[in-house]
Ligand binder design. Structure first.
Ligand SMILES: *Cc1c(COP(=O)(O)O)cnc(C)c1O
Length: 361
C-alpha cells in the first residue's frame, strides 16, 4: 500500500504529521547545508543546541508554559518517570495516586518501592470504564504530590476536569498532550512519552515547577534527578537528538494548524463523529462511560472476539491500520491523535457502517 491509502490508528508509536516526515526526509542527508544529518551531529554542537532550544521555545509558547516551570527533554519513556517522580518528589514519604487505568496502576505500583502510596480513587472494579468525580478523591495530609493520568490510552477514558488538590499535582499526559489547552501553572509536574502526540519513541517531555526541583531521595540515580537535568540543560548525557529534532518539526505543524486551540477543535470533530455513530449502533458496544470518554482513544467491541478480529483484518485490507485493542483490555481501539486527519475518522465510520451491515444478524 502507499501512504495515502492508509490511516494509522495505532496507539503509540503512532501517526505523525506528514509535513514533519517530509521535512525530515528532505533534510535527512544534509541538515541546513551542514553536510551532515541531524543523526550524525554532536549534541554539544551549536547547531544541535539551536535545534534543542527552538524545540523548547516552541513547546513553551504552544503550551503557555510559565517561567516558574522548566521544560526537560529526557530519555527513558514515560515508564522511567514512574520511578523518577517518587524519587524526586515523595520526600515526606507519602503520595496520592488516582488509579484510572493501566498506566496509573503501573505508576502507583512502581512508587510503592519509594514511599507510602495512597490510592486516592480507583475505577478498577468497574473495568476502568470511568473517571471518578472530584468529591470521590481522597487526599492524604502532607502528601508529596497527587498523581493522575489525564488520558487512559488503554481503556479510552479521559479526565474532563483538573483535580483540585492541596499537594502538587503530577500528571501523565502521554496520550493527550498538545491536544487541548492546559493551565500549566496548576501543575507541579507534567510529563509525556513523545510517541503518541509529539515525536518518535525515545523522548520524554517533563515540565516541572522549579520550586519542586532539588528534593530527590539520596539514592536517586543522577540520570533520574530533575535537579541534575535542570542544571545540565537536559544534557547530563547524550539526549535523544533525533527525537528532539522531530519534536521541533511536529511543533511547527501544530503551530501552523492554529496551535492547541485548533488541536482541541479537531479532536472533538474526529471523536464526535465516531462516538455519534457508535452510540446509535446496536451492533457495537462502547467501553467508556459517556461522561468519561476520551477524544484520543476510542474503545469499543462487536458482539464477539471472533467478530472483533474479523473487524481488524477487514479494516487492514481497507487501509485502516492498527485497530486491535490493547492486550489487557481486548476488543477494539481507534486512536485519534493530533496528526490523524478528520478524513481518517470519516473513513473509519464508513468502514464500521459497512461491517455492521454485513455482519448484523
Ligand atoms: C504509552 C503510555 C505510557 C508508557 O509509555 P512508554 O514511553 O512506553 O514508557 C505511559 N502512560 C501513558 C498514558 C501512555 O499512553
Amino acid at each position: 500500500m502507499t501512504r495515502d491509502q492508509v490511516y494509522n490508528f495505532a496507539a503509540g508509536p503512532s501517526v505523525m504529521p506528514e509535513s514533519a516526515l517530509r521535512t525530515a526526509a528532505a533534510e535527512m542527508l544534509n541538515y541546513h547545508g551542514s553536510g551532515i544529518s541531524v543523526m550524525e551531529m554532536s549534541h554539544r554542537s551549536a547547531m544541535f543546541q539551536d535545534i534543542f532550544d527552538s524545540a523548547v521555545e516552541k513547546l513553551k509558547k504552544l503550551m503557555s508554559v510559565p517561567d516558574t516551570h522548566e521544560i526537560l527533554l529526557l530519555q527513558g519513556g514515560a515508564t522511567t518517570q514512574f520511578a523518577a517522580i517518587p524519587m524526586n518528589l515523595i520526600q515526606g514519604g507519602d503520595a496520592d495516586y488516582a488509579v484510572t487505568g493501566n498506566f496509573s496502576s503501573k505508576a502507583a505500583k512502581e512508587a510503592e518501592k519509594y514511599g507510602r502510596v495512597h490510592i486516592a480513587c480507583s475505577s478498577a472494579d468497574t473495568g476502568f470504564e470511568h473517571i471518578p468525580v472530584q468529591s470521590e478523591l481522597r487526599q492524604t495530609a502532607g502528601a508529596g504530590y497527587f498523581y493522575y493520568c489525564a488520558n487512559n490510552t488503554v481503556y479510552g477514558t479521559e479526565w474532563q476536569y483538573v483535580p483540585e488538590v492541596s499537594a502538587p499535582l503530577v500528571c501523565d499526559m502521554s496520550s493527550d498532550i498538545l491536544s487541548r489547552p492546559v493551565d500549566v501553572s496548576k501543575y507541579g509536574l507534567i510529563y509525556a512519552g513523545a510517541q503518541k502526540n509529539m515525536a518518535p519513541a525515545g523522548l520524554t517531555v517533563v515540565i516541572v515547577d522549579k520550586s519542586l526541583v532539588g528534593r530527590e531521595l539520596p539514592y536517586t540515580p543522577q540520570i533520574l534527578s530533575y535537579k541534575t537535568m535542570v542544571d545540565s540543560g537536559s544534557m547530563l548525557n547524550t539526549p535523544p537528538c533525533w527525537c528532539i529534532y522531530m519534536l521541533s518539526l511536529t511543533l511547527d505543524w501544530v503551530e501552523a494548524q492554529g496551535g492547541v486551540a485548533a488541536m482541541d477543535r479537531l479532536r472533538h470533530e474526529r471523536a464526535d463523529m465516531v462516538y455519534d455513530f457508535l452510540e446509535n449502533s446496536s451492533f457495537y458496544r462502547l467501553h467508556a462511560r459517556a461522561d468519561s470518554r476520551s477524544c484520543m482513544n476510542i474503545t469499543f467491541r462487536t458482539g464477539s472476539a471472533g467478530l472483533d478480529s474479523e473487524f481488524v483484518s477487514g479494516a487492514e485490507a481497507a487501509g485502516l491500520m492498527n485497530l486491535k485493542g490493547h492486550k489487557v483490555a481486548g476488543g477494539l481501539r481507534a486512536s485519534l491523535y493530533n496528526a490523524m486527519p478528520v478524513e481518517g475518522a470519516k473513513a473509519l465510520v464508513e468502514y464500521m457502517k459497512k461491517f455492521e451491515v454485513e455482519h448484523h444478524v
